[in-house]
Write a protein that binds this ligand. Sequence first.
Ligand SMILES: [Zn+2]
Length: 226
Amino acid sequence: MKRAFLFGLGTFLILSALWSLLQFSALSAVLALILMPISVPVIRAAQRAPSNRSRLHAVVGWILGFLAVGICEFAVLGGAVFVSSLSSAQNVKVVPTTPVTYNIFPPVEYDHDYEGDLTIKMVDSIAELYAVCKINNPSLLACSSHNAKSCLIIMVKDEVMRKNGYSTGLLFRHERGHCNGWGADHAGQRPLLVGSPYWAPPDQRVSLPPEWEQEAMTIRAKNQQR
Ligand SMILES: [Zn+2]
């Protein structure tokens, strides 16, 4: 039976190597290179092994040998799939896919273009913002005011927004929501999610050449002297 088992195993290894070669991929070529040398000593050992006691032993031995690798592979792969399914099930619990950073967006019904006369005023500092907003909120970055035909949005400049973890784009959407009639109670406010396209790391944002910024600063300084 040992002789038949080894012959079966050897046959399987040779067929697997040939099958791998026929796949024409780098991985299968490596598999073929591994299987080929293993099959040689297996066949040699089969030739040296004592002859089979009976035809039944020979047939059963050959089949077991032929299937041995397949059964082991199946057990290993099945185990791996089982373990990975266990670990991925645990991951779902531990890491939420879209954690919330903060609430900023108005509800969908207010999150659209303002169909009226809109003014956007930018100020340089939080101190200036308090002067023109007259709102006593320690985390104030923008405010707005509207009537039947128009809306005025006042925001501190983007550099100051960014230091506080916001942007003028995010605050504009927030204030535009108020222009559209969203109440001061912020009912139904929606979150900015981690990985949102509305927030990019500094190195991925467009920026002006520093000399252009400097040119503008020089013009501003001149105008302030007058
Ligand atoms: Zn608000």
